[in-house]
Design a protein around this ligand. Structure first.
Ligand code: ATP
Length: 325
């Protein structure tokens, strides 16, 4: 087949702890990542040339070599030059639904989709772990975006341990359209402010990792205990993003105020990744939809955008082909 469409799911962080600094200069992290059904659609079509071309209508998505989807294609071409020479390049069309620079791994999910799609078009037959090894070279979130579901991520975020799927949870996602937070800025600012307390010793880093593995959040997920998961939501990056962007802090506070008045299915709220998206976790779709209307009403007159999404047990999926008539 010369063409594939893939569904690239966004993610939220249920937990993000910055543990310390690694010898390679990256942060040592402990995260719990969760795929959600807010997704981009990525179409790959063999173009009979030796080039990759990006098409996307979204004004914030670059169409040049800096696009993560493009970088994923180049990586595949350099990893498999003979296969690239045989099959040639592809046109990559990105239908963007996930907000950009929002802490939802939009770019990483697009890169993951290109790795999976080229594996299919070029008939490489790579395993998930081979695809993840390639993904690591593009960004720490890319390996997770390939397999998705619920996972504990350590190291730079690329070392994954799958966790039991969380079914029947919903999130309300809220983001001010005009607000974007740079992930690099958030981590650099965190390092400037909290770097003095980082764990740097290799043995101590390992001990901390092991403690997180048996941590309370992982335990709550194992028991699918929604109330506990809601109480244990955690994100170190709120410490730097909230003071710089008070409207993000206010958004989370507003979710808690509205949640307290709602029908008991509100479980908690937190910023995702480096923000500025804030999500509220609920135990039913009806509660999520109710809360979505409430937050829109509370922030009427602003450029707040709101989505309702369900937890997903998967990462990149092949989109079903539409019947031709
Ligand atoms: P993460 O949660 O992994 O930190 P994010 O969701 O905060 O990522 P992205 O949506 O990936 O952020 O966008 C970050 C930047 O990457 C954007 O400012 C954009 O210019 C650039 N970018 C490159 N490729 C893409 C892509 N395919 N989709 C979206 N942004 C892209």
């Amino acid at each position: 087949m010369q063409s594939y469409s893939l569904i690239a799911a966004a993610k939220i962080n249920l937990y993000l702890e910055i543990i310390g600094e690694r010898p390679d200069g990256y942060h040592e992290l402990a995260m719990v990542l969760q795929s959600i059904d807010l997704a981009d659609y990525i179409n790959l079509r063999a173009n009979g040339t030796e080039q990759f071309r990006i098409y996307c209508q979204h004004p914030q998505v670059p169409l040049d070599k800096t696009n993560l989807a493009y970088r994923a294609a180049e990586l595949m071409a350099s990893a498999f030059p003979d296969v690239f020479a045989k099959y040639g390049g592809v046109d990559i069309t990105i239908h963007k639904n996930t907000p950009v620079a929002a802490g939802l791994a939009g770019g990483s999910s697009n890169a993951a989709a290109v790795l999976v799609g080229l594996d299919l078009i070029w008939k490489l037959g790579l395993t998930q772990s081979e695809l993840q090894e390639l993904g690591k070279q593009l960004g720490s979130d890319v390996p997770f975006c390939i397999t998705g579901g619920t996972a504990l991520a350590t190291g730079r975020g690329e070392q994954l341990s799958p966790l039991p799927d969380l079914d029947n949870f919903y999130v309300v996602l809220a983001k001010y359209r005009s607000l974007a937070v740079s992930t690099a800025w958030a981590y650099q600012t965190f390092r400037q402010q909290f770097g003095a307390s980082y764990v740097r010793d290799a043995q101590k880093l390992l001990e901390r990792q092991q403690r997180v593995h048996s941590g309370l959040m992982v335990n709550a997920i194992a028991h699918r205990d929604g109330a506990k998961i809601g109480q244990l939501l955690y994100n170190d990056l709120e410490k730097v993003v909230f003071p710089a962007y008070p409207q993000v802090a206010d958004l989370r506070a507003t979710f808690y105020q509205l949640g307290a008045k709602s029908n008991g299915n509100f479980l908690g709220a937190m910023m995702s990744g480096s923000g500025p998206t804030v999500f509220a976790l609920t135990a039913s779709e009806a509660s999520a939809r109710y809360l979505a209307e409430e937050i829109k009403a509370a922030k009427a007159g602003t450029d707040l955008e709101v989505w309702v999404a369900r937890f997903l047990p998967t990462g990149i999926q092949i989109a079903p082909t539409l019947p031709k008539n």
